[in-house]
Design a protein around this ligand. Structure first.
Ligand code: MG
Length: 342
């Protein structure tokens, strides 16, 4: 890694504070028009942007590049993650994803059978939410310039304005729901890279989250939501707290962590709170309907282990009551500790 101040290094793409600084100081400060029709735009740094139309509808759109290594990992592959990642950024705006645009840069010499597996995997993931892949682009470049493949997907959803959920809308007293165990994706990638032999029981959670959003919305109001990808729940919860101006109080005993994730994180000294998830949501919900919303999420394919993990406070910190009865501040990570995780 190169820490020369004049050069971009790996942490600039790692979903933490260093990346946020570059986005503010280099990207936002040099782009003139950053939103359309008063919608959510680049400045808000939300999961997707919105373009309000001239009736009660809104277009939701997002784009994401996927550079995950290895391309095939326990529980998924670059095809599944490049579909789910973008479908999920649309979904956490409260709107059903309709379609993907898919641009692939492939290195010369790439195995055709693997390529087909990746396309099929994208398709299967889209089928889970009924989304279409409607346009795309394919480029091949010299094999010494790229190790495998980069996939960029853009997504579109169309919904009603009243259903849009930003990541900034938490209110004091809201309950926080986490839809399952944390760290599975990042730790599955790390255990495969490090050859730990956890491959068989530790799988990435990569999956489309739409069914859980839909279930929750059928029972009550979601006030704010994110998918905790790079930087993990530590990053997502701090962003939601910062943007709303409220704090969070969490209960460590309610945050599910699989024993294998715990084991790998101890061995590598990596905090599972700071590691990417690819099939989870953290959401704030109105307290009166929180239990009903939790039950609805638990009845979906990927939500069985959902929990209410805490609530929104007047404070400004993300605080957690630990299993031992103490308190710990959950800080936003400087960068996701796992490079090329998505
Ligand atoms: Mg996101």
């Amino acid at each position: 890694m190169n820490y020369n101040d004049d050069k971009i290094n790996m942490t600039h793409g790692a979903g933490g504070e260093v990346m946020q600084d570059m986005i503010s100081n280099v990207i936002l400060s040099n782009i003139t028009k950053t939103s359309v029709n008063g919608g959510i735009g680049l400045e808000q740094l939300d999961d997707s942007a919105t373009i309000p139309l001239y009736d009660d509808h809104v277009v939701v759109t997002t784009i994401d590049s996927h550079t995950v290594q290895p391309l095939f990992f326990p529980g998924g592959d670059i095809g599944r993650i490049s579909a789910a990642g973008t479908l999920n950024d649309i979904s956490v705006m409260g709107v059903k994803p309709l379609s993907l645009n898919n641009a692939m840069v492939i290195s010369e010499g790439f195995n055709k059978a693997d390529f087909e597996k990746i396309i099929k995997s994208m398709d299967e993931t889209c089928q889970e939410v009924g989304a279409a892949i409607i346009t795309g682009d394919t480029k091949v470049i010299d094999k010494d310039k790229l190790d495998g493949m980069i996939i960029t997907t853009a997504g579109i959803g169309i919904g009603k304005k009243e259903n849009i959920v930003s990541d900034a809308g938490l209110n004091e007293g809201d309950k926080i729901i986490l839809t399952g165990s944390i760290g599975d994706h990042g730790m599955a990638i790390m255990s495969q890279r490090e050859g730990f032999g956890y491959e068989t029981d530790l799988l990435s959670d990569v999956a489309p989250v739409w069914s859980m959003v839909e279930a929750a919305q059928s029972k009550g109001k979601i006030t704010a939501m994110k998918d905790p990808t790079r930087g993990g729940i530590a990053n997502a919860l701090n962003e939601m707290s910062d943007k709303s101006g409220f704090g969070l109080y969490l209960d460590e005993d309610k945050i599910p962590i699989k024993p294998a994730v715990h084991a790998v994180s101890e061995m590598l000294g990596i905090d599972p709170y700071e590691v990417a998830n690819e099939g989870k949501i953290v959401m704030g919900v109105e307290p009166d309907n929180a239990e009903a919303m939790l039950e609805a999420i638990k009845n979906t394919k990927y939500g069985a282990n959902a929990q209410i993990i805490g609530e929104v406070t007047k404070d400004k910190y993300v605080l957690m009551e630990t299993s031992f009865g103490g308190e710990r501040i959950i800080e936003p990570p400087i960068a996701d500790p796992v490079p090329r995780v998505c």
